[in-house]
Design a protein around this ligand. Structure first.
Ligand code: NAD
Length: 410
């Protein structure tokens, strides 16, 4: 099942629960605008390449649309549309005043030189600058793009429209970026895992955790969880898994990763495991923080952790999700679990608009407050209606967008 099919399935379940009529369903699922553009780029060797770029603006009932820009060879209109829809529900579930959008260019960013990457970024913005803006649609980094790309994009957009750093988030901290943006998604995963644990009446030091993926999200989540007294017993990256039944020394793992260009390959103080085996470990909490679709109908029987926190987007396929639900596994869904990043992006936009910089403590405090409120709302909805946390999150998000749509008048 593709990402957009899963999103639509969860939407339909929530819409059934809310008894939405067909016309409202159609309105909520149809993107406001889809743009496909030609991105002609001169490569370093003089060759002219014509790439395809997209921006899908899904919904703006609750505010300007927000979502990342992905430079990847899988980018197409279907994928971008599904991700834009997901952003609408993600911003709504944490109740930040945004709608949802997503965009990208169909190109493998790793195959480009730095100058080629800059030319792709600027040329793409030449084509879409008039549909994005601080009051309409605010892009951010995603796969294949980073803070430097955001700096070029801002610079290119400002050539047309004048100074306004709030047009894009995820910028370098030195250039109107927000402190704490880099750690925000992983930190959010840590904050929410703690909230979940408290609600289930468990203690961090009795909670063994396995984390798949030790990139931006996984490593920051591991750091916060270890600081909060969780027992992180296993982590992994593309090179495989690293397991220490008595608990890993996370500061040591982080140092090792920093010293080895972000890789855990060869980490000496742990047993080696495969990336599949890490999902099947005897732990209380599993955090998939790498890629989508890693828990599926063929391995779900062996995934025994009673709590799963979806740090990655879509790590559990819907068929496996159903089996987990029947078994009583508590799943904290991606639209809430990894919303820390977009929340701090919102803080960046707020700071840019106020021309006022927040310190790291304030960013962390406000992030904690937004995510804690969202978690409690989802928890209460789930308890009240005896539904999964995933369905509760979708119900809250869709209800908010629905109200905003009705209140504004169609
Ligand atoms: P990243 O590229 O920094 O890290 C990915 C990690 O996963 C790396 O350690 C990599 O080695 C590992 N990995 C890659 N393929 C793997 C595989 N097949 N098996 C096991 N490990 C594998 O990415 P990230 O920014 O940490 O994002 C991780 C996930 O979180 C993605 O699904 C992303 O869409 C999602 N997400 C990220 C953010 C954010 O702010 N970075 C926000 C929301 C959602």
């Amino acid at each position: 099942m593709k990402a957009f099919e899963a999103t639509e399935l969860y939407f339909t379940r929530a819409a059934d629960h809310l008894q939405l009529d067909d016309s409202m369903r159609k309105l909520l699922l149809t993107p406001k605008r889809q743009v496909q553009v030609q991105v002609p780029v001169e490569m370093d060797n003089g060759e002219l390449k014509t790439l395809l770029g997209y921006r899908v603006q899904h919904d703006d009932a609750r505010g300007p649309m927000k979502g990342g820009l992905r430079f990847h060879s899988d980018v197409d209109l279907d994928e971008v549309r599904a991700l834009a829809t997901l952003m609408t529900w993600k911003t709504a579930v944490v109740d930040i005043p945004y709608g949802g959008a997503k965009g990208g260019v169909n190109v493998d960013s790793r195959s480009l030189s730095v100058r080629e990457l800059e030319r792709v970024s600027r040329k793409f913005i030449d084509q879409i600058h008039d549909v994005i803006g601080p009051d309409t649609d605010i892009p951010a980094p995603d796969m294949g793009t980073n803070a430097e790309v955001m700096a070029w994009i801002r610079n290119q957009w400002e050539k047309y429209h004048g100074f306004n750093p709030a047009v894009i988030t995820g910028k370098p901290v030195e250039l109107y970026g927000a402190k704490g943006r880099e750690e925000a998604t992983g930190r959010g995963v840590g904050i929410l895992s703690f909230k979940l644990l408290r609600r289930l009446g468990r203690n961090p030091h009795e909670t063994r955790v396995a984390i798949q993926g030790f990139g931006n999200v996984g490593s920051h989540a591991a750091k916060l969880l270890a600081e909060s007294d969780f027992n992180v017993v296993a982590v992994s990256d593309i090179s495989g898994g690293y397991y220490q039944p008595d608990g890993l020394d996370i500061p040591d793992v982080l140092r090792y990763s920093l010293d080895h260009q972000g890789s855990l390959e060869g980490y000496p103080h742990a047993q080696r495991l495969s990336n599949e085996a890490i999902l099947e470990l005897d732990v209380e909490m599993l955090i998939p923080a790498a890629v989508g679709g890693v828990i599926h109908k063929d391995n779900v029987a062996r995934v025994t952790a009673p709590m799963i926190v979806e740090a990655a987007n879509g790590p559990i396929n819907p068929d496996a999700d159903e089996i987990l639900e029947q078994r009583g596994t508590i799943v904290l869904p991606d639209i809430l679990a990894n919303a820390g990043g977009v929340t701090v992006s919102y803080f960046e936009w707020v700071q840019n608009r106020q021309h006022y910089k927040w310190g790291l403590d304030r960013v962390r405090q406000e992030l904690d407050s937004v995510l804690s409120t969202a978690f409690e709302e989802v928890w209460q909805e789930s308890q009240q209606h005896k539904i999964s946390l995933r369905l509760a999150a979708y119900v809250i998000a869709i209800r908010r967008v629905c109200y905003a749509t009705k209140l504004s008048g169609v």
